[in-house]
Design a protein. Structure first.
Lengths: 261, 301
């Protein structure tokens, strides 16, 4: 397997890219303390692709923020193998920098020496098939291209865990479909672990090795599926549709509970 | 059912190639084509209208004289009288001297204001206590006419150049500082979060994320700071005239009043306007436009 970008040091002994143990999180709300996440326990193995699936209010973004270290859990512990990279629904590229310079900033902050940055940035752009877009400004790129640059920037952090917070939710269906293929390819090429948050069941099944369903208010691990369908998959494939249907049924059941009081 | 199965087994390196070409097509379809406007268009849309406006003003002005609507040259001199005033000043070499006296003062004072207003703005934006302490005063100072500072400045510093600079500083520093504060306040939280996950915290975060993100707001403040510098300076020059100070545009206006020469007063007002606009058009507007355009914030209509 081509591991051009994965770290090849002696850290292979690490068992988990992320380990989330009994994590709860509550926020001060208008009606007192509101429990958002309740006793979440899950692991992401090195090189594994896991999707977190749930309806609104399941706290999936909150959980991702906790794993990213942007916020602290109220209780429980989270350990990650190094600092994870995070991709948002919005591309979050800096408009005062070109596509290439956005990637180089991540490299710079990661301590890559100046002489190597340009070449690394070009290679990353090539990886997301944006060769020749180095000097493009963010506003000159289409939505799909922006997300690919954002992906390249996240990969530039050389993190062993990539957190993705509904990164394709704002894209049109055709572009999203293509980016699913690209993400699968890049995940295989780099060997990075991915924790991918979505509310789109088919997307979850299309991408993941493991799908974790969170219940809402508070977020709890409701169920977990291992997806055995071989890659490359398509979102239209019958096995994908079949499993999606099964998961959707469970998800609807979870949602229904909230309308019953 | 069977068809989907063949599709899945089919997809290998060939499928990968297909994705790449679909993607290339999407990229090409969705990236907008940006063309530059031609000079002709710029001329018609941008340069011609102000020229027409100025021509209309001059025609109306001349008409007021020609048709004896205003017949007292002490109240309204004719355009040609004012033109003669300019010609005379130019031939005697005084015209550029007037302009240079004021412009050099104004720009130097503005640079001081920049050097003080920028760190002050940073301090107010980033340190909670400082913001609570002087933030409201700083905003309030913007609405205080800078003329108000002339009498105290004269008493503190006397009739000299430092008094002029003091008035400029008091007029321009609040604008520049406030511009930076609002620029920093408006930095999207998403950028800060993205920066933090990349390891840009503390000073690194300020340098790589906060300051560049705040640049448009800061530039707006700087632009306004120049306008305030120029206004303050004119107020100071009109009120505080002294032979040691040389004749700037404000002093020229005051001299015109003392000599009851309306054409000299007009000359001074036109020059003050012209210089203020010219500096903005030559320095600040292009700078602001460049920054906004590079970020895609300047929408061409």
């Amino acid at each position: 397997m081509a591991t051009t970008l994965a770290k090849a040091d002696g850290a292979e002994t690490v068992e988990h890219a992320a380990r989330i143990e009994h994590v709860s999180k509550s926020f001060a709300g208008p009606a007192g303390q509101q429990l958002v996440l309740d006793d979440i326990t899950l692991d992401v193995a090195p090189g594994e692709f896991v999707t977190l699936l749930g309806a609104s209010g399941c706290g999936k973004s909150t959980l991702l923020n906790l794993v990213a270290g942007l916020d602290d859990p109220s209780s429980g512990s989270i350990t990650t193998d190094g600092r994870p990279a995070l991709m948002f629904q919005e591309h979050a590229l800096f408009p005062w920098l070109t596509a290439g310079k956005n990637i180089e900033l991540a490299l710079k902050l990661g301590g890559v020496p100046k002489s190597d940055r340009r070449e690394r940035a070009e290679r990353l752009l090539e990886l997301v098939r944006l060769k020749g877009s180095y000097g493009k400004r963010v506003h000159e790129l289409s939505g799909g291209m922006r997300q690919r640059v954002a992906l390249a920037r996240a990969l530039a952090q050389d993190a062993r865990l990539l957190l993705m917070d509904e990164p394709f939710a704002a894209l049109d269906a055709i572009t999203r479909d293509v980016l699913h293929d690209e993400l699968t390819r890049i995940w295989k090429e780099t060997g990075v672990s991915v924790l991918f948050v979505t509310h789109n069941v088919r997307e979850a099944v299309r991408l993941a090795q493991r799908v974790i369903l969170l219940s809402s208010r508070p977020g709890r691990v409701a169920r977990e599926w291992t997806v055995g369908i071989p890659q490359p998959r398509r979102i239209e494939d019958a096995p994908v549709a079949e499993l999606s249907l099964e998961i959707t049924e469970v998800l609807r059941g979870e949602i229904r509970r909230h309308g019953q009081h | 059912m069977a068809s989907t199965e063949t599709k899945t087994t089919d997809a290998g390196a060939g499928g990968d190639q297909q994705i790449a070409s679909v993607e290339a097509g999407l990229d090409a379809l969705e990236s907008g084509v940006v063309g530059r406007t031609s000079f002709r268009q710029t001329f018609v849309n941008k340069i011609l209208p102000p020229i027409v406006a100025i021509a209309v003003v001059i025609v109306v002005w001349q008409a007021l004289i020609t048709f004896n609507i205003v017949d007292d040259p002490g109240k309204l001199p004719s355009p040609s009288d004012v033109g003669d005033e300019f010609k005379e000043a130019w031939l005697e070499g005084r015209l550029l001297e007037y302009i240079w006296t004021s412009v050099s003062r104004g720009l130097l004072g503005f640079l001081f204001a920049l050097a003080i207003g920028t760190p002050l703005g940073l301090l107010v934006a980033r340190v909670k206590f400082v913001r609570a302490a002087i933030g409201p005063i700083l905003s309030g100072l913007q609405s205080l006419p800078s003329v108000a500072w002339v009498p105290p400045a004269v008493l503190w510093l006397g009739l000299n150049n430092s008094m002029m600079y003091a008035v400029i500083l008091l007029g321009a520093v609040p604008s520049i500082a406030n511009g930076l504060v609002s620029g920093i306040d408006q930095v999207p939280p998403l950028f800060l979060r993205a920066g933090r996950t990349m390891g840009a915290t503390g000073l690194k975060g300020a340098w790589h994320i906060v300051l560049p993100a705040a640049l448009p707001g800061y530039l707006a403040g700087v632009k306004q700071g120049w306008a305030f510098s120029w206004r303050s300076l004119m107020a100071a020059e009109i009120i505080a005239s002294s032979p040691d100070l040389g004749i700037g545009l404000g002093a020229l206006l005051e001299n015109g009043r003392n000599a009851s020469s309306m054409s000299m007063v007009f000359e001074a007002i036109i020059l003050i306007l012209f210089v203020g606009i010219a500096i903005d058009l030559l320095i600040f507007s292009p700078l602001e436009r460049r920054v906004l355009r590079s970020r895609g914030l300047l929408v061409k209509s």
